[in-house]
Design a protein around this ligand. Sequence first.
Ligand SMILES: [Zn+2]
Length: 167
Amino acid sequence: MSQKDFQDHQIRDEIKISYKYTMGGQSKFFIDLMNEKKLQGTKCKKCGKIWMPPRINCSDCYENTDWIELPQSGTIRVSTIVWYTTSDFIQNVPYGVAFIQLDDADTALLQGIFSENLVPSKVKKGQRVRAVFKRKEDREGKMTDFFFVPEDEYESWIEKPEYEGGK
Ligand SMILES: [Zn+2]
């Protein structure tokens, strides 16, 4: 049989996968985010470096860390505006994404930035931002439970029925 006589028979089927995964040593960050709207970082027992996102062991000196609650405001260190994304986030396009250094933290967290006036001047290095949370009944213990907004928009975001301010 030559190659051109070959007929490929295809059947459309579906695979459904149900699974769970663990956040391991970082679970406390997600549990306290979901239940208490806390942003928990970690502090190295030896060198004192404060990690956000939290690390269970310090990446600089390999010591254990302690949990430490961090302020919910910070500063954009690097940012961009997203126009192309996955299906989970397509309804939000365009939105900002930034590395945000929370006040007191030594490292920066990658998180979404929403703004009522999404222009590069609102999502740029040095911009002060504050965390806004989904309502308790909508929080799932995921990174999408919260996002950041420019500090001067905070009050108007937390007035929306689907969101809440932090502490
Ligand atoms: Zn350290």
